[in-house]
Design a protein around this ligand. Sequence first.
Ligand SMILES: Cc1ncc(COP(=O)(O)O)c(C=O)c1O
Length: 426
Amino acid sequence: MHLYYHNLWCSFLKGSALNNAELNKNQIKIPGAEIVQREKGPVCAARAKEITSFIVMDVLERAKELEGRGEEIIHLEIGEPDFDTPEPIREAAQRALAAGDTHYTHSLGKLTLREAITAFYRRKYGVSLAPEQIIVTSGSSPGLLLALSVLMEEGREVILPDPHYACYPNFIRYLGGKPVYLPVRGEEGFKYHPAALKKAIGPATAALLLNSPANPTGAVYNGHELAELADLGCPIVSDEVYGGLVYGEEAHTILEFTENALVIGGFSKVYAMTGWRLGYVIAPPAYVRPLQRLQQNLFICAASFVQEAALAALTRCDSHVAAMVEMYDRRRCYLLERLRGMGIAPPVEPKGAFYVLADTRAYTSDSLSFAFEILEKAKVAVTPGVDFGPHAEGHLRISYANSLEKIAEGLDRLQSFLAQSKAKKG
Ligand SMILES: Cc1ncc(COP(=O)(O)O)c(C=O)c1O
């Protein structure tokens, strides 16, 4: 498609043979062809055009615009810890910068950091890894791109839950793959049903995507459930960026149950380091060299002094993480109690990450318009469910990565908005 327009545009530029005098500047006439409208803007690759917007960012950007006009918005949309990055992490980065640690590192990441990641997995999960299995990346998003890149072939499929993290299908499509959605039901805690998975896995399946704790549902798979998924024998891409943010559940990694997995880890959520951009991939040995070659070409390495900061996160911040987890849990309990009172709580309690997928289907089947209406009228920013797949339509994702006071105020506003909405509906 883009090539077609490109060719038309070239003909237009050559133009002398064409009689364009009576056409307006957005129309092109080439001999033997109909008049066509020229595309506005630069010629853009179809691959890039197919990427859909990350709607939560659209909500955030509109909220910022309203704030710029003096409105006071309560932010319950963004998946970003409200906490400052813990002091030992900031100190380590400052020390590294002062010492001139500003050069390229090994493409896999500093050995000290990779060793610290292996020590962390041994301590937390009892899993034995080699530092050579780890590729340190500039956030878990590049890690996801690398991991999917070594698995995808044109036309191959990745099974993912619906609802799912908004960006997954775009990553898959961008790499020429096909996302295959498996609906997960609120009544079943938004988790995969092994029997349905067994049916969905076929010769075209490149991988099964797992995200536990999950965005946007807060679902957490227990050890037994993870073992069942591992037993299916399908390669697993396990996005564990929220690993450790669990409430009343034991934290697990898929690596306790299988080696046939590429694990994506990150520092953004657990250590309140979203702006630092650091993550990693843990891969079976056969994948490491291809991953490394991609890393060298696409990113070279992750930021050197940020790797020092991550080392401090893993070795000196257990108590900081525990305090944040305790605070998230208090907010989660409060939020769930309020949502139950409003009749929009999910049927099964979410046990991880920092999101609740509120069921507002009694109010809307168009979550996008609904979320923007809530933002404009109630001044509360929430994410429309449709960002996370068709099965999340009619829902709103509420993030509790904000203070209890702000959450309380946001819910007061949402409650009055819903009451008015119901009254209007009659
Ligand atoms: C499930 C999931 N994976 C990956 C990411 C990206 O995280 P990072 O900041 O490490 O790139 C996010 C961010 O919201 C997420 O929710």
